[in-house]
Design a protein around this ligand. Structure first.
Ligand SMILES: Nc1nc2c(c(=O)[nH]1)N[C@H]1C(S)=C(S)[C@@H](COP(=O)(O)OP(=O)(O)OC[C@H]3O[C@@H](n4cnc5c(=O)[nH]c(N)nc54)[C@H](O)[C@@H]3O)O[C@H]1N2
Ligand SMILES: Nc1nc2c(c(=O)[nH]1)N[C@H]1C(S)=C(S)[C@@H](COP(=O)(O)OP(=O)(O)OC[C@H]3O[C@@H](n4cnc5c(=O)[nH]c(N)nc54)[C@H](O)[C@@H]3O)O[C@H]1N2
Ligand code: SF4
Ligand SMILES: [Mo]
Length: 751
């Protein structure tokens, strides 16, 4: 084994959105991550790491790395081409589609993963210039329903103070594996140990988190809406609501009381598979608690009635006053606002509701595979693998091939890249400055910009550089302007530069469309070595300082006028780890609520709740008697960020988990092969019996079924790609989030 280089360098783990602070030692050549430890200086993760971070080198050093642009040939193979050819051909093709059909026929997907977020910023120059109007990313297949509900209730996305809550509820969420808040395993252990705190897990599966819970509500798969409606009805019918809180801080209570006064709790209990007495007792526990914090995730967000569930679960804790005080919920004050939940327009062919500017992700292939004049004709995909990650992979492959032009920007030849006309190789997240964007903490919130660890190999480019070259080929940036800005920087430094930028923007607001690449080309070049890619953060620092001055000052950043944003940028850039960029008090949360009150009355969702007793749910049937959770988080899954199967220390094949009694009835043993069939397709899977699973419920891990070269360079596929089996048409009626956690299936043993 190579010797390690003694210096510990600071970076972040990129395998989930928390981006815990990490310190790494490289080998002597500076090409490999040899050792990893938690970064004690990171104010949020505080030295914590989970099992996955020690194997980050599998992300950085890989046999499937792309080193040159690729162009698809007539045989469906790929030929290496040089950068100049790639950029000029792509610019010509996309420019022609814009000129002939309109830029709104060019779709943009992705823009960031769990730990890289700056590509999306630089892409806005390309998109602004091409006139791209429709875009989406993974959030529009999981979180848009939650964003939309939170926006309408509180005016923005909310998160909770799990660390201090007396009652903690995980709803369709297994944080032992998936995290979602900092130091999750340590925090869950603390919750379990403390006799004054109550940990409640709502999950059909007895998860690792459920093992530590005080109460595990093993709801029937896909039936959370009834469970939660029963809890809300109990609060109303037993008069458990916080009357003073409701009077002082809310509006629309009457409408909620009217609907839930009528809900039949016994019927809800029967449908949810949880006894009425237990539902009532849980509602009383919530009402009696000094603080309650709830985390909903994919178990309900990718399931039936998902948007309604996002609303119902919020009713349980808002009716009982668990908002804007320690141990409860708050709306987020982040840098680079994410999850505003604002509605704006519809997708051009099927009329799907656009939330946060994101088209419902499940509609995309259908809006390509049509003769409708508004169909998408081209697509740019960056830092995303939608052929693998969105419902109905076969239809995605067909849709990609139906486009007039498709461009993928990635580090590897992914399932999506394999369908594209052009594939452009990017630097990894450890070869450029990158940033954390899921900054959801409170009362102190953090932002982390990290420097690169490695020099990029020959042939790959940062996304910023790719977009800058595309902008050049599309003649997007007036040369005079770039020179003028560079001169301002040289003569008057950052203050003169800033004044000029804002003066130019005031003169011509459309300049904001090309601003990110312009910043990269000007300001970026003056940043410390390796940090050019962080130029876009400058703009969001100014936005944040202007919108939220007092919170930035409270975080210890000073500066008159526009100096505040400038100093915030410097503090973030120079910070040895994540930097506190806002500090607030709990009552400040009310300033973000429209009119200073929270709104209970979401009429469309109240109507949906009122219909629940009349609905007879029947997800499984004789033909498809099992319900499959397609895409579970396990010890060694991380979406498709790491493709080498050797990184997985456990569950190497990504087995199908099934209850032992079900398995015995079907003649399936550990390690045997089964065929699973859905309305969409059939796949063979390796079986593992698992007594955590309810009868009738089976699960497959997320992020498997990836192709990777073996020792001889031959491509091998490990595990099952869940979306070969899912359908885009089983989705929430409000925002289109797919029902991946309750896919009806049939299972048969394979001889
Ligand atoms: N190890 C690991 N961690 C990750 C990721 C990863 O790939 N690997 N991905 C990250 C990402 S992008 C996300 S979005 C999060 C997702 O994090 P989670 O949502 O926690 O992950 P899942 O395992 O997909 O689903 C959570 C739980 O939903 C349960 N469930 C299934 N059906 C139902 C149901 O009908 N009702 C209820 N109440 N529960 C149900 C499942 O049994 C499962 O335990 O994880 C993040 N963290
Ligand atoms: N059936 C089912 N489907 C699911 C889920 C499920 O539970 N069940 N979970 C869903 C969820 S919650 C999510 S978030 C999505 C995730 O799905 P996606 O959003 O598609 O994310 P990844 O699969 O992680 O793909 C990220 C891509 O970015 C590339 N990449 C990594 N680093 C860089 C870089 O620095 N630059 C560039 N340009 N590219 C880079 C990786 O190689 C990879 O191809 O999957 C979803 N799909
Ligand atoms: S919780 Fe684990 S996977 Fe997520 S960022 Fe931290 S170390 Fe990485
Ligand atoms: Mo996700």
């Amino acid at each position: 084994m190579a010797k390690s280089n003694a210096e510990w360098k600071s970076t972040a783990c990129i395998l989930c959105a928390l981006n815990c602070g990490v310190k790494v030692q490289l080998n002597e050549g500076g090409t490999q991550i040899m050792r990893t430890k938690g970064d004690e200086d990171h104010p949020a993760s505080q030295g914590y790491l989970c099992n996955k971070a020690s194997r980050l080198n599998f992300y950085q050093n890989r046999d499937d790395r792309l080193h040159t642009p690729m162009k698809r040939n007539a045989d469906g193979g790929y030929d290496a081409i040089d950068w100049d050819t790639a950029i000029s051909e792509i610019a010509a093709k996309l420019g022609a589609i814009r000129d002939e059909h309109g830029g709104d026929k060019i779709f943009y997907y992705g823009g960031g993963g769990q730990g890289n977020h700056l590509p999306g910023a630089y892409a806005s120059t390309t998109l602004g210039n091409l006139g791209v109007r429709y875009r989406s990313n993974a959030l529009a297949q999981e979180k848009t329903g939650e964003f939309w509900v939170a926006q309408r209730m509180f005016g923005g996305y909310n998160h909770a103070d799990f660390e201090h809550a007396q009652v903690i509820i995980f709803l369709g969420k297994n944080p032992w594996q998936s995290h979602g808040f900092h130091r999750a395993r340590a925090e869950i252990r603390d919750m379990a140990k403390d006799p004054n705190r109550t940990l409640i897990v709502i999950d059909p599966k007895r998860t690792e988190t459920a093992d530590l819970a005080d109460i595990h509500l093993a709801v029937k798969v896909g039936r959370d809406a009834w469970l939660l409606a029963g809890m809300v009805a109990t609060i109303i019918q037993e008069g458990l609501q916080d009357k003073a809180f409701i009077l002082e801080h809310t509006k629309g209570f009457g409408a909620v009381a009217k609907v839930f006064g009528q809900v039949d709790i016994a019927d809800c209990a029967a449908k949810a598979g949880i006894e009425e007495a237990v539902i009532r007792a849980t509602a009383r526990t919530i009402a009696g608690a000094s603080s309650v914090a709830v985390f909903e995730d994919l178990g309900v967000q990718m399931n039936r009635h998902s948007t309604l569930v996002s609303y119902l679960q919020r009713l349980t804790w808002t009716l009982t006053g668990n908002f804007a005080k320690p141990g409860t919920h708050y709306t987020v004050n982040g840098l680079g606002k994410m999850g505003s939940g604002r509605e704006g327009g519809t997708s051009p062919v099927s009329g799907g509701r656009i939330i946060d500017g994101l088209v419902p992700a499940h509609t995309i292939p259908d809006e390509i595979l049509t003769h409708h004049p508004n169909r998408y004709r081209a697509m740019i995909i960056e830092s995303g693998n939608p052929v693998h990650s969105l419902p109905d992979s076969p239809k995605w492959r067909e849709a990609m091939r139906a486009l007039d032009c498709s461009v993928v920007i990635d580090i590897a030849m992914t399932e999506t890249a394999q369908q594209a006309d052009y594939v452009l190789p990017a630097t990894t997240q450890f070869e450029k400055a990158e940033a954390t964007f899921f900054n959801f903490e409170f009362p102190e919130n953090y932002f982390h910009v990290r420097p690169p660890l490695f020099a990029p190999p020959e042939g790959v480019l940062d996304e910023a550089e790719i977009h800058a070259r595309l902008a050049g080929a599309l003649s997007a940036i007036p040369q005079g302007l770039e020179d003028e800005l560079n001169a301002a920087l040289a003569d008057g430094g950052r203050a003169a530069f800033r004044d000029l930028v804002f003066a130019k923007l005031a003169e011509d607001p459309t300049l904001s469309r090309i601003a990110p690449v312009l910043l990269y080309r000007t300001l970026g070049k003056t940043l410390p070595p390796g940090m050019q890619n962080a130029a876009a953060v400058w703009a969001i620092c100014h936005q944040h300082a202007m919108a939220s001055r007092t919170t930035v000052e409270a975080a210890g950043i000073a500066g008159e006028g526009m100096d505040l944003g400038e100093n915030l940028f410097d503090a973030i850039l120079q910070g040895p780890s994540a930097v506190i960029m806002s500090r607030e008090d709990w009552p400040d949360v009310w300033q973000r609520a429209p009119g200073g009150v929270l709104n209970f009355e979401l009429a469309d969702l109240l109507d949906a709740a009122a219909d629940l007793n009349d609905e007879n749910p029947r997800e499984a049937n004789d033909e498809y008697p099992f319900l499959l959770s397609a895409g579970e988080r396990r010890d060694f899954t991380a979406n498709t960020i790491i493709r080498n199967p050797a990184w997985r220390r456990k569950d190497k094949q990504g087995a199908l988990y099934i209850n032992p009694e079900d398995a015995a009835r079907l003649n399936l043993g550990d390690g045997s092969t089964a065929q699973i069939t859905t309305q969409r397709g059939a796949m063979q899977v390796v079986v593992e019996t698992n007594d955590r699973m309810q009868r009738g419920h089976i699960s497959l891990p997320n992020g498997l079924g990836l192709v990777y070269p073996d020792e001889n360079g031959e491509p091998i596929t490990t595990g099952t790609s869940p979306n070969e089996l899912t359908s885009a048409h089983m989705a929430d009626k409000f925002v289109g989030t797919p029902w991946h956690k309750s896919v009806p299936v049939r299972i048969e043993a394979v001889e």
